[in-house]
Design a protein around this ligand. Structure first.
Ligand code: SAH
Length: 229
């Protein structure tokens, strides 16, 4: 998979992709994340990326030209499955959406800023819009990183334990069971005995039961949308 991220603030994304699981995934060649500075595509002599809104009102709007030029350049180099604008009014990201999108080959993620992008970008240059939640952030960089992370960790070979992503919350309509690590007793606080039993089937059954209980308690809506879970 290749992910091209278009942004006015490329440095915001540097550290996130150069640590831990995401860094390893790139080093292993499982994903390529390329961040593009939209300023490099500006023909304005001050490299400005925004302008006042027609009709007035507070807040600047990102201009179409640098975005168009960057997308056209990339499209000239390879075919893209989706050109996605990160937007608070887009389709809400959830695990099924991440699962589906993780099989795409090449995607472009466009990060907005200020009041967002000129509407003609949305009308003519992108193929879909994705929101990471019903709240507004100041830029699309965190949303693009969130979406990328949710896709990359699903790519085969990225997580050490192949089954690990499958046991995460939401994958089977259940939230994850509790997990513990050493020490078995800390400050008088112990752990469920079954986890020390070495009895694989019992541990598996206990984890499943905990998942169901937790889902009933915390997210009964998930049980409804997955039938009886
Ligand atoms: N005026 C716009 C918000 C602009 S926020 C509106 O009311 O819809 C600036 C940028 O941050 C947006 O262009 C978008 O790229 C990004 N952004 C903010 N919140 C987001 C969210 N919940 N999901 C995805 N992108 C978001």
């Amino acid at each position: 998979m290749r992910i091209d991220i278009l942004t006015a603030l490329p440095r915001l994304l540097d550290s996130y992709f150069s640590e831990s699981i995401l860094e390893r995934a790139q080093k292993k060649g499982l994903v390529e994340v390329v961040v593009h500075d939209l300023r490099d595509f500006s023909t304005d002599k001050h490299k400005r990326l925004d302008d006042y809104a027609f009709g007035g009102g507070a807040g600047m709007v990102m201009t179409i030209e640098p975005i168009h030029r960057c997308i056209e350049k990339l499209k000239g180099e390879r075919a893209y499955d989706e050109v996605i604008y990160m937007s608070p009014d887009g389709d809400l990201l959830d695990q099924p959406m991440a699962n589906r999108m993780s099989s795409l080959k090449n995607i472009i993620l466009l990060c907005g800023h200020y009041k967002g992008v000129d509407e003609r970008v949305r009308q003519h240059l992108i193929t879909r819009e994705v929101s990471i939640g019903n709240y507004v952030l100041s830029g699309g960089e965190l949303p693009a990183a969130v979406l990328s992370d949710s896709l990359i960790r699903l790519l085969p070979g990225v997580l050490n334990d192949e089954t690990s992503a499958l046991s995460d919350s939401f994958q089977d309509g259940l939230v994850a069971p509790p997990v513990y690590t050493r020490p078995a007793e800390y400050n008088g606080w112990g752990i469920p005995e079954v986890l020390m039993s070495g009895h694989e089937a019992k541990i598996h059954a206990w984890r499943h039961e905990q998942s169901v209980l937790r889902t009933q308690e915390r997210r009964p809506d998930l049980l409804e949308s997955f039938g009886d879970g």
